[in-house]
Write a protein that binds this ligand. Structure first.
Ligand SMILES: C[S@@+](CC[C@H](N)C(=O)[O-])C[C@H]1O[C@@H](n2cnc3c(N)ncnc32)[C@H](O)[C@@H]1O
Length: 371
C-alpha cells in the first residue's frame, strides 16, 4: 500500500473490532476511503464495503481493493503485471514533469512508468482490471520515490530507494466478501452520504488545511493520465487550486461535518478523528450526541500513537537544515461510535476499567485509552 498521511494502518484492528462488536452489520460505507486499507480489512472480514473518495487515485485504490474480486481479475492481472515488467522505458510526460522539471523519481524509473502507463491506456481494459494495474503501478512507483511520503516536495538528495528499479507486484486483491460485492465511488462526501446506504458508516475526514490532492498530485496525474499543466517546484496539477475540500477549511469544517453526519444513511456511525483536528473531543461528542433529534449515544475509544514521519524528522528549511522543533511526537486518535441505542455494553471489552470521573459525557458516553 502507498505511503499516505492520515492512513489508519495502525488503527485497523481497532476499527474492525469496534464494528464487529457494535452491531451485526453486513455492510459498511467508508466515506473518505484514502488508501482503502480500512475497506480492504473490512472486506477481508466479510463485510460488503461501499468505499468513496473524491480523488481519482483514491477511487482507483478502492476499485482495486474493495470492488474488484480476485476471482474476476487475478489471472489477467498477474499475466499483465509480468508483461508490463518486461517493457523497456519510454520517456514522456511523466519523466519530463516528475523526473526532470522536478525530482520525485529517477529518470530511469520515470521512463518505465511512462511506458507502463501508456500500455495500460492502450489496452482499454475493463475498469476493475485497469484499476488493479494502475494500483500495481502506483505502488511500484511509491516504492522508488524520493519523498518523505508527501508530494508537496521531493528530497534535496535522492532517497536511497529511488535507485532501485521499478517493479510491479500483484496487489492483494481479495475474493468477494461473504456479504456481497463491494463498490467504489468517486463523489463528494456529502453526495456519497446522501446516496449510499449501509448498516454502518465509517467516517475519516481530513483533519487539517493540507489538501490530499496537493499532497498526492503525482498519483492523481498518473491515474487520470490527462497530462495537466503544472505549477511550482513540486509541479502540482493546476486544478489543485480549484478542487478544494470543504473539510480542509477550519472555519467551514464544523458545519460541513454536521451536515454530513445528519445526511449519512446508516444507523451506526464510526468516526475517526485525532486531537490535532479542527474539533475537540468535547465538540465532536456533542455533535454526535445531537444526531437523531438528540438521541445519539456516543462511545469514545481513545488511542495514543506516534505522529507521522515528518514530525519525527523535524522541521527543515529549503537547504535541508533543521530550523525548528516539532511540538510533540505523539497524538491521540479517537474512534467515536454513535447509535440510537447505547453500545457501551457491547463495546465494554474495548473500554478500560471504568473510571467514572472520565467516562461520562452528557450522561451517555464511555471512554477507552489504549492501545
Ligand atoms: C484521513 S484521509 C482517509 C484515510 C483512510 N481512512 C486510510 O486509511 O487510508 C481523508 C480522505 O478524505 C478524502 N477527502 C477529502 N475531502 C473530501 C471530500 N470533500 N469528499 C470526499 N473525499 C474527501 C481525501 O482524498 C483523503 O483520502
Amino acid at each position: 500500500m502507498i505511503k499516505y498521511i492520515g492512513s489508519k494502518r495502525t488503527l485497523i484492528p481497532i476499527i474492525v473490532e469496534t464494528i464487529r462488536r457494535a452491531t451485526d452489520a453486513r455492510s459498511v460505507i467508508d466515506l473518505f476511503s484514502g488508501t482503502s486499507r480500512v475497506g480492504h480489512a473490512l472486506k477481508a472480514a466479510g463485510y460488503r464495503v461501499l468505499a468513496n473518495d473524491h480523488n481519482a487515485y483514491a477511487a482507483t485504490l478502492a476499485r482495486c481493493y474493495v470492488q474488484a474480486d480476485a476471482g474476476d481479475v487475478q489471472a489477467d492481472a498477474t499475466r499483465l503485471v509480468r508483461e508490463f515488467n518486461a517493457l523497456p522505458g519510454s520517456p514522456g510526460y511523466f519523466t519530463e514533469t516528475f523526473c526532470e522539471k522536478s525530482r520525485f523519481f529517477q529518470p530511469k524509473n520515470g521512463a518505465r512508468i511512462d511506458a507502463i502507463r501508456q500500455a495500460i491506456a492502450a489496452k482499454a481494459l475493463p475498469p476493475e482490471l485497469e484499476a488493479v494495474l494502475l494500483v500495481a503501478l502506483m505502488e511500484a512507483a511509491d516504492r522508488v520515490d524520493s519523498t518523505t511520503g508527501l508530494q508537496m516536495a521531493y528530497l534535496k538528495s535522492w532517497a536511497a530507494r529511488s535507485y532501485n528499479d521499478l517493479e510491479l507486484r500483484m496487489p492483494n486483491v481479495l475474493p468477494r466478501a461473504r456479504h456481497g460485492k463491494g463498490q467504489a465511488t468517486c463523489m463528494e462526501a456529502l453526495e456519497a452520504a446522501q446516496s449510499l446506504e449501509a448498516d454502518v458508516a465509517y467516517i475519516d475526514p481530513p483533519y487539517n488545511q493540507h489538501s490530499y490532492l496537493g499532497n498526492y498530485h503525482v498519483w492523481e496525474s498518473l491515474v487520470r493520465w490527462d497530462r495537466p499543466e503544472v505549477y511550482g517546484v513540486a509541479c502540482k496539477r493546476v486544478d489543485v487550486r480549484q478542487r478544494q475540500s470543504i473539510f480542509n477549511s477550519r472555519p467551514r469544517f464544523a458545519a460541513a461535518m454536521a451536515q454530513l453526519l445528519a445526511s449519512v444513511r446508516a444507523p451506526v456511525l464510526v468516526v475517526s478523528f485525532n486531537d490535532e483536528g479542527y474539533l475537540s473531543r468535547a465538540q465532536m461528542e456533542a455533535m454526535l450526541a445531537s444526531l437523531w433529534n438528540g438521541t445519539g449515544k456516543v462511545v469514545t475509544l481513545e488511542n495514543d500513537f506516534k505522529r507521522y514521519v515528518g514530525a519525527q524528522i523535524g522541521i527543515h528549511n529549503l537547504q535541508g537544515l533543521k530550523v525548528g522543533k516539532v511540538s510533540h511526537l505523539r497524538n491521540t486518535e479517537f474512534v467515536y461510535v454513535v447509535a440510537r441505542e447505547d453500545l457501551a455494553t457491547r463495546l465494554a471489552p474495548m473500554l478500560p476499567a471504568r473510571e467514572p470521573q472520565l467516562a461520562l459525557f452528557a450522561g451517555n458516553s464511555e471512554t477507552r485509552t489504549g492501545p
